[in-house]
Design a binder for this molecule. Structure first.
Ligand code: ADP
Ligand code: MG
Length: 239
């Protein structure tokens, strides 16, 4: 199994508080990993470390065989999708999708090709000339995913991307994200506190508590053979 992401003895302190403690995690190429745990357990912090948005207190992060511990976010071959969409409100959908590529001085023809492909995959073609304010929450989140997609990254990071959506849209987009993964075959690290989301999306689930991975296993194993009482209780009581 080829490794896509390797987290080695990662420690992250905020002041005197240790939020991630000597954490190790190996993610295989093409794997869909879900980080699952209650609010405050360190899921977003771990994702932000992978994205390069936080400096580690100790340890290393490797992506595709490169030590990226001190690499800038845009040098890591990753795309991140946030709960809050983080779209530019004054730009059209097309503008939001193209912005990063334009900044990287990509030729316009290649930008157009990538935007068209993302629009087709995410079914947002008819929305390209609208602004985010004119879109529903589900449509905005598709655009946010599109922004990672056009960059042609190896690794997608998702931080609770469906938490702002109602139940029906949540299950729709869950299917969409699963389809996207099947089509692209890239590595995905997906943060959620929702047990159902984790069980339906993941190849493997990392159940976290207090900055420590309690169990890392396939959904079936987590469900049928929880490693401890915490995992059993957390998986057994969908929110
Ligand atoms: P989760 O995403 O699992 O809900 P977080 O990773 O956001 O958890 O937070 C983990 C812990 O770190 C929490 O106790 C939170 O209060 C703390 N924390 C997160 N960000 C900061 C920060 N910038 N400064 C200080 N403490 C933080
Ligand atoms: Mg969080």
């Amino acid at each position: 199994m080829k490794s896509s992401i390797s987290v080695r003895d990662l420690t992250l302190n905020f002041g005197a508080v240790s939020v991630l403690k000597n954490l190790n995690l190996e993610v295989a190429e093409g794997e869909f990993i879900v980080l699952l745990g209650p609010s405050g357990c360190g899921k977003s912090t771990l994702l932000n470390c992978l994205a390069g948005l936080l400096d580690l207190s100790d340890g290393q992060i490797w992506i595709k065989g490169q030590n990226v511990t001190w690499a800038e976010p845009n040098e890591r071959g990753i795309g991140m999708v946030f709960q809050s969409y983080a779209l530019y409100p004054q730009m059209t959908v097309r503008g939001n999708l193209s912005f990063g590529l334009k900044n990287a001085r990509m030729p316009q023809a290649e930008i157009d090709r990538r935007v068209a492909r993302a629009a087709e995959i995410l079914q947002i073609g008819p929305l390209l000339d609208r602004k985010p304010g004119a879109l529903s929450g589900g449509q905005r989140q598709r655009v946010a995913i599109g922004r990672a997609l056009v960059r042609d990254v190896d690794v997608f990071l998702f931080d609770e991307p469906l938490s702002n959506l109602d139940a029906k849209l949540r299950s729709e987009l869950r299917v969409e994200i699963k389809r996207l993964h099947a089509r692209l075959g890239n590595t995905m690290v997906y943060v959620t506190h929702d047990q159902i989301e984790a069980l339906t999306l993941a190849d493997r689930i990392a159940v976290m508590r207090g900055g420590i991975i309690q169990q890392l296993d396939a959904p079936q194993t987590i469900y049928n053979k929880p490693a401890n009482l915490f995992v059993a209780g957390f998986i057994g009581s969908p929110s």
